[in-house]
Design a protein around this ligand. Structure first.
Ligand SMILES: [Zn+2]
Length: 171
């Protein structure tokens, strides 16, 4: 141990007064102890600060990661919504196409019915059938029999044979 006043170095541990200059070594030792205590306190504060910093960084990292996840989820939702909108538009288009096609089908069916009406039909004369009966059957009016006679080049409308072909013209 060394005297802090005169730098005399051959002092035994636990000596209260410097044998060279008479300085109060006990007081100096107390000051040293206080300094050591302060250093320990500083170390504790430094450790606390470092731990706080680590905690803060961890919090920031967790926050950033969470935010990223939320953002990814939001992006996915947005994409899904866009996709749904696209598909809805496509469905609307297809529905419109179906409507157009249905209209066309209706038109074609109407034309088919019209064509069927115009198309010639052949009637085979049954037993006891007269031109009047046939006219009533196809035109709903027995008075139309002269048309049948004319269309089939029949000279006598009253003379038709069983099994004879009668052409029905709606035109
Ligand atoms: Zn001394």
């Amino acid at each position: 141990m060394k005297c802090p006043v005169c730098n005399y170095s051959e002092i035994k541990e636990g000596t209260k007064k410097c044998p060279e200059c008479g300085a109060d070594l006990e007081a100096f030792q107390t000051i040293e102890k206080i300094k050591k205590c302060k250093k320990k306190g500083n170390l504790f504060l430094i450790i606390l600060a470092v731990l706080s910093a680590i905690f803060l960084v961890a919090c920031i990292l967790i926050y950033v990661s969470f935010n990223n996840k939320v953002k990814i989820a939001e992006d996915k939702t947005l994409q899904a919504n866009t996709e749904i909108n696209k598909l809805t538009t496509q469905i609307d288009q297809k529905n419109s196409e179906i409507s157009t096609l249905n209209e066309k089908i209706s038109e074609i069916q109407a034309k088919v019915i019209e064509t069927e009406k115009i198309e010639n039909k052949v009637h085979i004369v049954g037993e006891n059938e007269t031109l009047s009966i046939i006219a009533k059957k196809y035109f709903g009016n027995e008075d139309m029999y002269p048309k049948l006679a004319c269309d089939n080049d029949l000279i006598d409308p009253d003379f038709i044979l069983t099994g004879q072909k009668i052409y029905i013209y709606y035109k």
